[in-house]
Design a protein around this ligand. Structure first.
Ligand SMILES: Nc1nc2c(c(=O)[nH]1)N[C@H]1C(S)=C(S)[C@@H](COP(=O)(O)OP(=O)(O)OC[C@H]3O[C@@H](n4cnc5c(=O)[nH]c(N)nc54)[C@H](O)[C@@H]3O)O[C@H]1N2
Ligand SMILES: Nc1nc2c(c(=O)[nH]1)N[C@H]1C(S)=C(S)[C@@H](COP(=O)(O)OP(=O)(O)OC[C@H]3O[C@@H](n4cnc5c(=O)[nH]c(N)nc54)[C@H](O)[C@@H]3O)O[C@H]1N2
Ligand SMILES: [Mo]
Length: 894
């Protein structure tokens, strides 16, 4: 039905038949003997697992009990590109095949000192994506591509020819060389954000860079607080540790945070424990998200990208009633009122006079705010009173509220109003962001890994590492703004910040790195046109993703379970988790590093310069791993490594004595620092500054928290997009609430009257798991609409609808629910594009068909400022779970 899918898919049509059809599809494909043995082992265990989906399980317990006697439990994690959780999960491996999985079961009962590191439903379903009929198995090339005649218009719908690894690498290397020799290195665009060792050592390549997860949060924080990347994540710097939050905080205000969905593992427990200890929790945002639904005492619905107005209303009420912590503002901040302005600033430009409307004639009253954000003036006053009087309080935002046009102004307003409550640098108090992502658990890490020991890779053309770490660009920007990557290819130019427009002529895209670039960038349909225009596209992935579908050469990559041992990224400060090599690689899948080496060899680049193996990385990191000493003052060696371990596994250097044997760690999958109230590992964000502002000035120009911040203006100017005032102000964003009207003054709605959000989903990690049936069945991917909006359009519960704007259209089933504010619709990100060219609609539920690729602030992707319309759809539609997998069938060479 979806043209692209039906060509490439031969798997199950119906839910009941899934397992059988997958097995059939699998058996059609030729396999190596090694892989075949593993695969048939899995097939034997499929009925019991299939039973979980379709019908009653068949004595699964008995099978499991006997299997457990013989198998080995191996710790794992699910994703290369992290889901930001840090869970302990284990797979039972028997004869080289995973037959069961479980999550953390180290203790009979968890304690505050030692909480479980819980896995989620995705870990439970992980097997289905490893032994999946739609895994890429062999290198392949597009039938009608050749260097002489790329036939770019056939990308996305051409057929595929199986080729050998040698042939695939020969083509990629010769295309890189040809394009470099003919057009220069600047005609090469790499797909991942990170520098690529091959290209960096072959004269460099262009990259497209953007804030993605961070939205408009990072630059305001750096400028206003003097935070730098050397201080760790912003959360670590400004948030207190979890024991403090749980025991001392009396009020928790969550602006957009949703750890119940996006911070799985421990964060939700932290908030739950705080609630049990009596903290009041208030959730603010356009959705009654899972966190608010389960934990909040009150949900205050606001329209997307209008929190800034809400915060102004709160601040006005505080000032009107003298509820702000004036001593704190006078001592620790600049810019709040005319008497506390930084040197050289016009005293009239202070925040208080902006609130009161002294010079612009517009007092930012709760009534004024209510008109914009949709919360009632009473709710705004209640919130202001709570924030000003229930102390200590944790005022926590999440960067989703900054992932939009003018997201930076929210960061400015959030910090400013937070500081007005004085909740800084004392127990139980914090004003901070990123809670969903990096845990409500601030402070320096309690565990650190040794250096990877990989060669330093700097790209001479686009050294994106700098920008992705949040360094304020000095002198030039690093690469093409992600927002303009399609324009750069199609029209030959991009905005190089305040340095003007730059010409470019991209001829080749090599999607190194781990991502589905095309699917996950704004305005995907324009992206397809860009992909079609270039001379060559190579991609590497485990599945036939959107990016692979529109490529010319595709390489099969191993999945996380097939990698050499590796550590999780440390996003919890308490626990270090581990992923073993669970199984051998299936079919011909390889690691990205192996690809780099093969291409390097063909281009005459020294392989030693492109990177190191996953195994070597693990050995180096393990050897140098440290854990905090009991007095909290320093670090000591974490792992005991014996001469035997060195002989068996190849750790560098001499044997060492540490806290835990490396073998125990590799078996248990986790080292966790025990925590308790009053231990030596606690952390209060900005405490030194609070205790002694003169002795511990911040790294801002004034040494204080800057409500008025010149540096931020300077940064905005460098990016060359819209500007901000040095103090927080509310300006309507492009594609915000105001732009849903054709005539805002008279409240006449326009062509795209709904605000559209694209949050992250429970069953997926962005795009990953969109091909996994169990999670998909448990959590379908509808568009959510408020009953008022549905009724106005004659839309009933579960109807098929079309979401559209000038950029494209998506067909979905609708979920009519009061859990989304009136005037707002949302659909999770990460659905794999299944674009039907004839009907001009996407059936895959890809949010980026609708998102904007206009330049946006500090290279922000405006995922959450999108205007759309929704109407009933009478055309074809099926449930996602019934849609055929994207499986490639090979044809003969042209
Ligand atoms: N509309 C909208 N779009 C968004 C967002 C949003 O909120 N709304 N969020 C944005 C954000 S914050 C993010 S982080 C991005 C995430 O989007 P992506 O960067 O695309 O990340 P994932 O969806 O996690 O996909 C990771 C990919 O890597 C592949 N992979 C796994 N292991 C390997 C390997 O070893 N080698 C290779 N080469 N590939 C591998 C997986 O199969 C998968 O295709 O999406 C962004 N896009
Ligand atoms: N299960 C799961 N976990 C994940 C991921 C995943 O895909 N799935 N992805 C991981 C990644 S890469 C990232 S970056 C993080 C992202 O995780 P989060 O930062 O939590 O991002 P979202 O889920 O997009 O949005 C969180 C909440 O912000 C709200 N929100 C959106 N716009 C606004 C606004 O203008 N104002 C207010 N007040 N609220 C708003 C949304 O309604 C949503 O409830 O999650 C990580 N964890
Ligand atoms: Mo992200």
């Amino acid at each position: 039905m979806t043209g692209t899918a039906s060509k490439t898919s031969r798997a199950s049509q119906s839910r009941k038949a899934t397992a059988a059809a997958e097995a059939k599809a699998t058996s059609k494909l030729s396999m190596s003997r090694r892989s075949f043995l593993k695969w048939s082992g899995v097939a034997a265990s499929v009925p019991a697992l299939g039973g979980l989906v379709a019908c009653a399980p068949q004595s699964a317990d008995q099978t499991a009990a006997s299997a457990e006697d013989e198998g080995e439990w191996k710790p794992f994690r699910c994703f290369r590109a992290s889901c930001h959780a840090n869970c302990v999960s284990k797979a039972l491996v028997k004869d080289g095949v995973v037959i069961r999985v479980k999550t953390d079961d180290r203790f009979q009962e968890e304690t505050d000192e030692m909480p479980f590191q819980r896995g989620c439903l995705r870990g439970q379903a992980k097997r289905k994506t490893v032994y999946a009929a739609d895994r890429l198995k062999y290198p392949m090339k597009r039938k009608n591509w050749s260097p002489e005649n790329p036939n770019g218009h056939l990308r996305g719908k051409d057929e595929w020819v199986r080729i050998s690894w040698d042939e695939a690498c020969d083509i990629i290397a010769s295309e890189i060389k040809r394009v470099r020799d003919t057009y220069g290195n600047e005609a090469i665009l790499r797909g991942g954000i990170y520098n690529n060792g091959v290209l960096a050592n072959y004269g460099g390549s262009r990259a497209s860079c953007g804030a993605d997860s961070y939205g408009g949060w990072i630059y305001p924080v750096m400028a206003m607080t003097g935070y730098s990347v050397n201080d760790g994540y912003t959360t670590a710097y400004m948030t207190n540790d979890r024991i403090d939050l749980v025991n001392n905080t009396k009020l928790i205000v969550l602006i957009g945070n949703n750890p119940s969905a996006s911070g799985l593992g421990m964060p939700n427990k932290i908030f739950l424990d705080a609630k049990r200890n009596g903290a009041k929790i208030i959730g603010i945002g356009p959705m009654l998200n899972d966190t608010f639904a389960t934990l909040a005492d009150r949900w205050i619905a606001v329209r997307p990208a209008t929190d800034t107005a809400l915060l102004m209303g709160i601040a006005y009420y505080m000032v009107e009633n003298n509820l702000q912590d004036q001593d704190f503002l006078d001592t620790y901040t600049v810019g709040f009122d005319a008497d506390h302005m930084p040197e050289g600033a016009d005293p009239r430009d202070n925040f208080k006079d902006y609130l009161l409307g002294t010079y612009d004639g517009v007092p930012k009253t709760p009534e004024w705010a209510s008109e914009i954000c949709g919360a009632s003036p009473e709710a705004i006053r209640d919130l202001a009173r709570d924030m000003a009087t229930i102390k200590p309080g944790a005022i926590l935002s999440c960067s989703a509220a900054t992932r939009g046009f003018r997201g930076e102004q929210f960061a400015q307003a959030f910090l400013t109003v937070g500081w007005m409550t004085g909740n800084v640098g004392v127990p139980g108090a914090m004003v901070s962001d990123m809670q969903s992502i990096f845990y409500a658990n601030g402070g320096k890490p309690l565990i650190t890994l040794g250096s990877k020991g990989a060669p330093n890779i700097a790209d001479p053309i686009a050294d994106v590492m700098q920008l992705s770490l949040g360094v304020i660009p000095e002198g030039r920007l690093f690469g093409i703004p992600r927002q303009q990557q399609w324009d750069a290819i199609l029209n030959g130019w991009f905005t190089d910040g305040k340095w003007g427009t730059k010409q470019c002529d991209i001829k080749l895209i090599w999607n190194t790195g781990k991502g589905d670039k095309l699917n996950q960038s704004p305005n995907v349909l324009k992206g397809i046109e860009a992909f079609k225009k270039v001379e060559f596209v190579a991609s590497q992935n485990c599945y036939f993703t959107t990016t692979c579908q529109y490529s010319d050469v595709v390489l099969p990559m191993v999945v996380q379970w097939e990698y050499a041992p590796n550590f999780s990224c440390i996003s919890s400060r308490d626990a270090l988790t581990y992923c073993s090599q669970v199984i051998e690689p299936l079919f011909e899948a390889k690691e990205d590093y192996e690809v780099d080496v093969m291409i390097a060899e063909r281009l005459g680049v020294d392989p030693a310069k492109v990177g190191i193996t996953e195994m070597q990385t693990f050995l180096n990191q393990a050897k140098g791993a440290k854990v905090i000493t009991e007095d909290g003052q320093g670090y000591e060696t974490l792992f005991t490594i014996t001469q035997d371990n060195i002989d068996e596994m190849g750790f560098p250097g001499e044997p060492q004595q540490g806290r835990m044997s490396i073998r125990d760690f590799m078996r248990e999958g986790v080292y966790q620092v025990p925590r308790k109230l009053g231990d030596n590992y606690g952390y209060i964000g900005l405490k030194d500054f609070r205790d002694d502002p003169a002795g511990h000035p911040l790294k801002t120009d004034s040494g204080k928290l800057e409500i008025y911040c010149n540096k931020l203006v300077d940064v905005m100017e460098r990016f060359g997009s819209y500007m901000l005032a040095p103090i927080p102000k509310y300006e309507p964003p492009q594609e915000g609430y105001e732009s849903t009207f054709s005539d805002f003054e008279n409240r006449v709605k326009g062509a795209y009257p709904l605000q559209f959000l694209t949050p992250h989903s429970v069953p997926r990690k962005d795009t990953q798991f969109d091909n996994e049936p169990w999670c998909k069945e448990a959590f379908p991917n509808p568009v959510y609409m408020n009953p008022v909006d549905a009724q106005a359009r004659g839309i009933q519960q579960h109807d098929a609808v079309k979401l559209f704007n000038d950029r494209g259209a998506v067909v979905r089933y609708v979920k009519v629910s009061a859990r989304v504010a009136p005037g707002v619709a949302y659909m999770s990100d990460g659905g794999w594009l299944r674009y039907d060219e004839e009907l001009g609609v996407d059936f895959g539920g890809n949010a980026n068909v609708l998102t904007s690729d206009d330049l946006c602030g500090t290279d922000v992707q405006p995922w959450n400022t999108v205007n759309i319309e929704i109407e009933k759809w009478d055309g074809p539609i099926m449930q996602d779970i019934d849609r055929p997998l994207k499986i490639v069938e090979f044809v003969e060479e042209a």
